[in-house]
Design a protein around this ligand. Structure first.
Ligand SMILES: NC(=O)c1ccc[n+]([C@@H]2O[C@H](COP(=O)([O-])OP(=O)(O)OC[C@H]3O[C@@H](n4cnc5c(N)ncnc54)[C@H](OP(=O)(O)O)[C@@H]3O)[C@@H](O)[C@H]2O)c1
Length: 249
């Protein structure tokens, strides 16, 4: 059943095929948006997400891209323009995590982490600023580690932290077109992204630090992003830290 909160809107979701991005693609489509579902490696997840959206009367198109390549970032926005005539909302959920001590981190790992977490984040915001319609919405996904004092995540938290500065600058620079720009920085989320670099003891520790002794769920975070894309249009240049875990789940 397609609603109408986002009727006539076009949303581009970077990493929109699975997990948080997959839920956003479905949620935005349920509210009437036409969705460009970006994916990197997982074509079958993207196809399934598009099929699910179309199966409930919505509109979606999948597009592959390595967003560390600026040409691929541009192709995402080209797809929105060519398929749906423009774009109103751009959410970048892409990212890569590494938990490793500074003394063991290689140059190759540093470059890989900063390419996806910083460079791709910057050029996604740049292209959105160029291509979104007036009163557009740009949302990047950070991490609650942006507000943490911890070890092991130097290139992940460090790679994501420029998003806050890119966002504040873009919020000022795009304000005359009514475009809002924000970061949503979730706590540890219960997706396959989270577990490979953690031990069972650390998972338990992260749960113990959250409300309700549980990890954040993607459905705790998606409503915050939807809010920023709809009624929350007046928030700009901000970082929001939804940690969830306080639901009746
Ligand atoms: N799960 C957590 O604990 C947690 C907590 C806080 C914040 N976050 C952030 O939330 C966002 C979504 O995470 P998630 O848990 O939903 O996991 P996810 O689905 O694995 O999200 C990461 C996405 O980034 C894509 N990606 C990686 N390298 C890319 C590249 N070079 N070009 C284009 N896309 C690329 C991945 O595609 P492939 O898998 O195909 O490479 C995937 O779609 C991420 O930015 C993450 O940093 C996650």
């Amino acid at each position: 059943m397609v609603g109408n909160a986002l009727r006539e809107k076009v949303a581009i979701i970077g990493g929109g095929e699975k997990n948080l991005g997959g839920l956003l693609s479905r949620t935005f489509a349920e509210d009437g948006a036409k969705v460009v579902v970006h994916y990197h490696n997982d074509k079958s997840a993207a196809e399934e997400t598009v099929q699910d959206i179309e199966g409930t009367g919505g509109h979606a198109v999948a597009v592959q891209g390595d967003l560390t390549q600026i040409a691929d970032v541009r192709r995402l926005f080209d797809t929105a323009v060519d398929t749906y005539g423009g774009a109103d909302i751009a959410v970048n959920t892409t990212g890569m995590v590494l938990r490793k001590p500074i003394l063991e981190t290689t140059e190759e790992e540093y470059d890989r982490m900063f390419a996806i977490n910083s460079k791709a984040g910057f050029f996604f915001i740049q292209e959105a600023g160029r291509r979104l319609n007036d009163r557009g919405r740009i949302i990047s996904i950070g991490t609650s580690l942006l507000a943490a004092f911890t070890d092991g995540y130097s290139t992940y938290a460090g790679g994501k932290s420029p998003l806050e500065h890119f966002t504040r600058a873009a919020a000022k620079e795009f304000a005359d077109r009514g475009i809002s720009v924000n970061v949503v920085a979730p706590g540890p989320m219960d997706t396959p992204f989270f577990y490979p670099q953690e031990t069972p003891e650390r998972v338990e520790f992260h749960q113990s630090q959250a409300m309700g002794n549980q990890l954040t769920h993607i459905d705790d975070v998606a409503p915050v992003i939807k809010f920023l894309a709809t009624e929350g249009w007046w928030f700009t240049g901000q970082t929001m830290f939804p940690n969830g875990g306080y639901t009746t789940r």
